[in-house]
Design a protein. Sequence first.
Length: 380
Amino acid sequence: MSEKSQKLIIQFLTKQASFVELEALSIWLENPKNEKEFKSYIKLNYAIDFNMKQFDTARSKKELQEFMSQELRIRPLRKIRKLSKYAALLIIFLGIGYLYQSNYFSTAPEFIIPPDSITLQLENGDIKVIHEDGSSDVQDAQGRVVGAQNGTQLVYSSSHSKEELVFNTLTVPYGKRFELQLSDGTKVYLNSGTSLKYPVKFIDGEMRQVYLEGEAFFDVTTNKKARFVVNATNLNVEVFGTTFNVSAYPEDSSTDVVLVEGSVALYNENKTSKEGVTIVPGTKGSFIKQQNDITTEKVDTKLYTQWMVGGLVFRNSNFEAISKKLERHYNVKIVNSNLELSKEVFNASFKEESIDIILNYFKNSSNLEYEIKENTIYIK
């Protein structure tokens, strides 16, 4: 199913579809193959199974007629034929229990968030889906515009005034990346499977603190009066103005900080920056979770920032760790039955190759056997 078709279905189910989009969906559903794909998509992603025996045809037709009556009051007459066609298609194709049982025509719809969506959680708890091919304003609880999204970038304004910290949370699913500019001009590049909580507006003169789960590259705006701290669960990364990469996935054994420019201090939650470890450019600082200790080593920083351009780099990585990165990068699930392979160590670099090319590399280098079924890779 194409991404465009999936988007139409999602907008229909979340009751966000425009009249034009409803018409496009009705035309698409005229193809029996598309009807079958529609049913499979709904069942797979929303755990809704269709049952014609439970469908109340009479009541659904009544609901549809009421819906049509409301629409015809505000739609031009030339739309009547199209609307009737759409209603007929709903009865034929979608009249299988879902519309009536889910109360589709209710004035208080339940919002369904697609699992592969980039989301923005606002200060009041509302969640907004970010469409990568769209643009929109970000508003606070009072309806004031505090930022704007354009494509894969979200930029917050520094012009509005805030007397207290108000946080937004941006979440990027597996298989996607996103860019964020904070109110002080700091740029953050979020990798797949990442969530960042940050203030809508930093308070002048006070510490600038954000909360990271996942991986992100920071280009921090210099402000000697307000230190910048990245809280990565049990590790704090403190800077004044610099560029660095933080990898803090909860399932990984360590939280890694790679410094490109400037200077940063690393310290755990029970210490201060003065008690922490300061690293210089070209250094990777790693907080080993099990040992509650910080180690450092010289590295080639380019190897740790290739993900920003779609690349993947593995250095002395066992296949178990590699599998986790592949799952995030390509939004797939990997089931590995080869226990010996899990501990095998590899060194490899890939640019924007497909998952098939990467799997073939491991197949040729370690006799790996695999099978792909839908979105799952089975390794034997």
